[in-house]
Ligand binder design. Structure first.
Ligand code: FNR
Length: 373
């Protein structure tokens, strides 16, 4: 269908499901075990309702914000997700161009199918890009990566800590995946060279191969100072899943945390990030003063974004919707997703009585004590 017919992010996903190869759909859509966390990530939003304020002037409504000091037209960023070329020949560059048009920040995956260099080259002069880091178990290899990223002009490091081994993603494992196809193709894939499974049918699923060399022994005490010692970039921990670790991240002087369970692709039955955000707001509101808090997982509507911002999130990330959009419509699809979210966010803010993101407050949210649909 023409892009004008795409009214929301579910429409976009439905188009992607039609056009993606079996393998690409399996990799993008998969989640751990029975997909409970993936489903509950989204369903959690149904439990939180607005306490709207009326008689407040909203003819001017500005949903813009900053993330780590960088401007963003809406409180939304692209969460780094691997292998955009599986869905479209231009891959991650579609996201870069779409994000530029929509005025939001792209976080580039360590396992992108294009090099960090090629993606940065596609960015416009004033565009902000962040980098998602999978720390290699060899510190020297990891250090080179970090220094390259800073030199290329990426503006923050999101260190992923929830994927030290791959979750059990059976949809992905079932779909045949020959790593050699990727190695020989035009894609950037140094990450696969030298892994045990290179060149074989991958019985551990795509993710198992992608993170085979990652550090499984990271700690707050060792890894954060190590990273600080080699880069001036802000450090955000991606994959915090409970209040205790949010506090530890603040104590380790991280610049931000992304409350995330990797889109339900890692630990099955990890809590929905919105619930963790709510608990953090209830139990440790001081943490929001010490670092920026973001969430991702299951965000599909402007109201989802607004709820998270009310509960203290500086911004939210989306993973799959941008992969689906670039697969189906290239950069224009990505820009369309941002436009849809912007319209939905502004509508929700106006009806809620908020004319800037500063007006979005925890008191505007009520957690349902009845059983929602
Ligand atoms: C991811 N995610 C991810 N995270 C990360 O830190 N490094 C990565 O390389 C990837 N790769 C990846 C691939 C695919 C296909 C998906 C769907 C996800 C997780 C991602 O950053 C984000 O946390 C989730 O996608 C958020 O959930 P939603 O928005 O997809 O529901």
């Amino acid at each position: 269908p023409p892009l004008i017919r795409i009214l929301n992010l579910t429409d976009m996903e439905n188009v992607a499901r039609q056009i993606l190869s079996h393998k690409a759909w399996a990799y993008y859509s998969s989640a751990s075990d029975d997909g409970i966390t993936n489903i509950e990530n989204a369903r959690a939003f149904n439990r939180f309702f607005f306490r709207a304020r009326v008689m407040r002037p909203v003819s001017k409504c500005d949903p813009s914000t900053t993330i780590l000091g960088f401007k963003s037209r809406i409180p939304v960023f692209v969460s780094g997700a691997a292998l955009a070329k599986l869905g479209h020949p231009d891959g991650e560059i579609n996201i870069t161009k779409g994000a530029s048009k929509g005025g939001i920040i792209q976080m580039v995956s360590s396992n992108a199918s294009l090099s960090p260099n090629a993606i940065m080259d596609a960015a416009d002069q004033y565009q902000t890009l962040f980098f998602q880091l999978y720390k290699h178990r060899n510190d020297e290899v990891a250090e080179k990566r970090v220094r390259d990223i800073e030199r290329l002009g990426y503006k923050a490091i999101f260190l992923t800590v929830d994927a030290i081994v791959a979750g059990n993603r059976e949809r992905d494992v079932r779909s045949p995946w020959i790593l050699e196809e990727q190695e020989n193709g035009p894609v950037y894939f140094d990450v696969l060279k030298g892994t045990e499974q290179a060149g074989e049918v991958n019985i551990f699923g795509t993710a198992g191969a992608l993170i085979a060399n990652d550090d499984r022994d990271m700690t707050w005490e060792k890894t954060i100072p190590w990273l600080r010692s080699m880069t001036k970039l802000p450090i955000v921990i991606k994959g915090v899943q409970c209040v205790e670790d949010a506090v530890l991240a603040a104590e380790a002087c991280c610049d931000g945390i992304l409350l995330s369970n990797h889109g339900g692709r890692q630990l099955e039955y990890s809590l929905p990030p919105l619930e963790v955000l709510y608990s953090l707001q209830q139990q440790r509101p001081d943490v929001f003063q010490r670092l920026e808090v973001y969430i991702d997982g299951g965000i599909r509507r402007g109201t989802d974004v607004v709820k998270a911002v009310c509960l203290g999130a500086k911004a939210v990330g989306l993973g799959r919707p941008f992969l689906y959009a670039q697969s189906a419509y290239g950069a224009a699809g990505v820009a369309k997703v941002i436009e849809i979210l912007q319209r939905e966010i502004v509508t929700a803010m106006r009806l809620l009585g908020a004319s800037t993101v500063k007006d979005l407050r925890p008191e505007m949210i009520q957690r349902a004590d009845w059983q929602p649909v």
